[in-house]
Ligand binder design. Structure first.
Ligand code: SAM
Ligand code: SF4
Length: 319
């Protein structure tokens, strides 16, 4: 279905839980979030029902996110249900990867097509500080073990997401680029957005993605992929994607809808506006979703001086 600005809305991002096994400083408060009783979040059946109706309206790609989707009880059931919905051509998951080693093969069997793995630093100690990870001494190594398990399970075209944070990981840009020499990863640098926990961070943390290009003059533009502009060091197997939500808005071709774990539909990540769809069924549910699509705002002028208006933290939306 098209919105009123002739954008085809075909991509649904579902946050399956607000909970997470990490507390990334830019995403979640140190104390985590209140653990809602089970009935405050959408059930497997409700998620499947809402996704089916979205598919009837033209959604063909679904991404499961969170919080951390792999801590959600019933995640495999959610994947199985969504992957068999007529019209859904691609089911992806965005994960921090720490539980991938033990879940990769079951995710594949449950119908997941692709994985995006968030990893902002390649250094164990820095990772622990940035994510406040307390349960592992070598989390980065564990993520790479998870990536190997995912490859063994049959996942291809794995994307690694790194949020670029001035003064934190911009000294590792060359190390990330070096990873693409022998592996066909797409490493995606994402500009830090002034949203939720990161809303009041110092200006120096928000650095433009052009910084990546200035660090390696061999990076050559090779095309576009969704919201990412792709670059490659000639001869390398993998590539680098730059996603610039702050310095190069992509609202004019935004094709996304978002469903929160508590059953609210959001047509724009940064807008405060959201519609409850929980408890609606059949034509009533379809009409509510269609209305959200029709009323999707044209754009949001996100910038350091104009932060996100949403009242949610990123773990409550899913990125
Ligand atoms: N827990 C999973 C993970 O970390 O991949 C999925 C949820 S997380 C909210 C989804 C993505 O949002 C991650 O790649 C994370 O780095 C990104 N993210 C969170 N806060 C952000 C911010 N302020 N600016 C840019 N990206 C952000
Ligand atoms: Fe958890 Fe992902 Fe947020 Fe980090 S970015 S706290 S892993 S939801």
């Amino acid at each position: 279905m098209q919105d009123s600005f002739k954008r085809e809305i075909n991509y649904l991002r579902i946050s399956v839980t607000d909970l997470c096994n990490l507390r990334c400083r830019y995403c979640m408060p140190e104390d985590g979030v209140e653990k809602f009783s089970h009935d405050r979040i959408l059930s497997v059946e409700e998620i499947a029902e809402i996704t089916s109706v979205c598919a009837e309206l033209g959604v063909n790609k679904v991404r499961l996110t969170g919080g951390e989707p792999l801590v959600r009880k019933g995640i495999f059931d959610i994947c199985r249900e969504i992957s068999k919905i007529p019209g859904i051509k691609e089911l992806c998951i965005t994960t921090n990867g720490l539980l991938l080693k033990q879940t990769a093969s079951e995710l594949k069997a449950a119908g997941v097509d692709r994985l995006n793995i968030s990893i902002d630093t390649l250094k164990n100690q820095k990772y622990k500080e940035l994510t406040r990870c307390k349960f592992s001494e070598r989390p980065v190594d564990e993520i790479f073990e998870g990536i190997e398990a995912a490859k063994t399970a049959g996942f291809q075209n794995i994307k690694l997401n790194a949020v670029l944070i001035g003064g934190t990981n911009d000294d590792e840009i060359n190390d990330f680029v070096a990873l693409t020499e022998m592996e066909d990863y797409q490493i995606r640098f994402i500009e830090l957005m002034p949203i939720g926990e990161a809303m009041n961070w110092e200006k120096s943390c928000f650095i433009p993605n052009e910084t990546v290009l200035s660090k390696d003059s061999r990076l050559t533009k090779i095309g576009e992929s969704g919201v990412a502009t792709l670059y490659q060091v000639p001869g390398y197997k993998g590539c680098i994607g730059l996603i610039s939500p702050v310095n190069h808005h992509f609202c004019s071709h935004c094709n996304r809808l978002r469903l929160t774990a508590d059953g609210k539909l959001k047509a724009c990540l940064h807008s405060r506006f959201e519609t409850p769809v929980r408890g609606l069924h059949g034509e009533e549910l379809k009409a509510a979703i269609a209305k959200q699509i029709a009323e999707k705002p044209e754009n949001y002028d996100l910038g350091y001086d104009n932060p996100s208006s949403t009242l949610r933290n990123m773990n409550q939306i899913g990125g």
